[in-house]
Write a protein that binds this ligand. Structure first.
Ligand code: NI
Ligand code: MN
Length: 226
């Protein structure tokens, strides 16, 4: 699996030759100026919830790439009105097999409205299972006991967790979340993009380290292998 960071909560994950793109928010992100949104590959675009910092570039990337969009029902209706075809609407609890592996939609404790104020349904996280490995993409969420279900019934190799605090969990709660999901290999997201969520990187990494866990904070534009 190749993982590329596009800033904020936006990651590309290449699994079995397919490009999954999570929560595209690139062109409005000052920190991601070095990324050309017109070259970001996508066979699938997964959207955790409707907030602009997770959906801003979904329409343009979906139209350019013809990627299949995976999101909740309310967001799918909104995107269809913008002329996007081939959307797979899902909702929490649902699991669907695709050619790269499967997607299970799980609970995220957050809110969700679309950029124009439309109702965005409920926010979600995703558990991806494939022959190349399994991971959890939490979306925007507080720490919630529902995460224990992932630890009890799924086998997660690594996880993308929000750590910016203020709108989501911060590092301390993300450490507890990683206990709940029984996974010690965490990639941080949803930090530094706005003034409200600027964090001390060294301190966050040290806290994870002291708990026997690894926190990776990727450089925007970098790709790592898992
Ligand atoms: Ni949000
Ligand atoms: Mn957000």
């Amino acid at each position: 699996m190749n993982i590329t960071y596009y800033g904020h909560s936006c990651f590309g994950v290449e699994i079995n030759g397919k490009h999954l793109l999570f929560d595209p928010f690139i062109s409005p992100n000052e920190l991601a100026r070095g990324i050309d949104v017109n070259t970001v590959p996508a066979d699938y675009i997964l959207i955790s919830h409707g907030h602009n910092d997770h959906i801003a570039d979904a329409e343009s990337i979906a139209k350019r790439t013809n990627a299949k969009v995976i999101c909740n029902w309310e967001i799918s209706v909104w995107l269809e009105k913008k002329g996007i075809e081939g959307i797979r609407p899902m909702n929490t609890g649902g699991k669907v097999k695709f050619d790269f592996g499967s997607v299970k939609c799980v609970v995220a404790q957050h809110s969700s409205s679309l950029p124009d104020g439309s109702y965005g349904g409920n926010p979600m996280g995703f558990v991806i299972e494939s022959t190349e490995g399994n991971f959890y993409y939490a979306g925007d969420t507080a720490l919630t006991y529902d995460m224990k279900l992932i630890g009890d019934y799924r086998n997660v190799d690594f996880a993308f967790l929000p750590i910016g605090d203020n709108f989501t969990m911060g590092p301390d709660n993300a450490i507890i979340a990683s206990d709940f999901i029984k996974c010690n290999d965490i990639i941080g997201m949803h930090y530094d993009t706005f003034g409200f969520i600027i964090i001390d990187h060294e301190e966050a990494i040290r806290k994870f380290d002291r708990s026997g866990k690894k926190l990776t904070l990727m450089e925007i534009g970098d790709t790592i292998k898992k």
